[in-house]
Design a protein around this ligand. Sequence first.
Ligand code: NDP
Length: 249
Amino acid sequence: MEVTLKGKVALVTGGTRGIGSAIVKQFAASGATVATNYRNQEQAEKFQAEMKKAGVDIHIYQADVSDFDACKQLIETVEKDLGPIDILVNNAGVTQDTTLRKMTKDQWDTVMRINLDSVYNMSRNVIEGMLERGSGRIINISSINGQKGQMGQSNYAASKAGMHGFTMALAQEVARKGITVNTVSPGYIGTDMVMAVPEETRNKIIAQIPVSRLGKPEEVADLVTFIASDKAGFITGADISANGGQHMM
Ligand code: NDP
């Protein structure tokens, strides 16, 4: 089976490192024209240089996904530069872990704004075009900890569980218009986010994963690429896990 994204325009948020960059690379390898955005200029320049060296053309824009107007502007610019967006992947996300009794209002708000408000900010601004064209793919990168909860992550778990509620509601609104909306919930993947966890804690986490290792960003990217393709037209409103068997639903 060949999975191709030829002729598609994709926008992946937070795609200059981690899981997002693996999705960007896989989309480009599958034939899509790919845009992504960033906050951190230094990392974006590093990624751009890496892509240039590899001969891969990625369109990179600065935009904070927690800012509605910045998202609107980003989408308008991408559509002006590259054409209508066929695929939106809401990937950008952060953690600010601590127990609730120590969690500041700012830690709560920051995580909710970047992880969950962003999904509204981006989806709201692409949906009209997708409805007019009668096709589209929206894929929200949630987390195993949005499915099962995790001590010290009440902000993160709430934001990630909220993404799936959004997915199910929007999937019902737009299904008849040829648009699918899905959640992908990775388990622990070896990116900066997980490598920032102390080694001892990380080893305890790995001991709970039946396949006995962290996931690879490319393994999430392969799944997202399939859902983004025309082959996946009957999959909508789903929450698809990629977690090495750590949480079976
Ligand atoms: P990283 O920390 O490696 O990368 C996060 C990305 O999000 C970066 O590209 C970052 O951009 C971007 N980002 C963060 N805040 C903003 C913002 N306000 N505006 C624009 N971009 C922003 O994380 P991962 O690759 O590990 O995670 C990617 C997604 O997958 C996240 O949603 C995460 O919650 C989820 N996930 C990750 C898991 C894991 O084990 N790694 C497990 C389950 C889910 P910049 O560098 O410019 O700040």
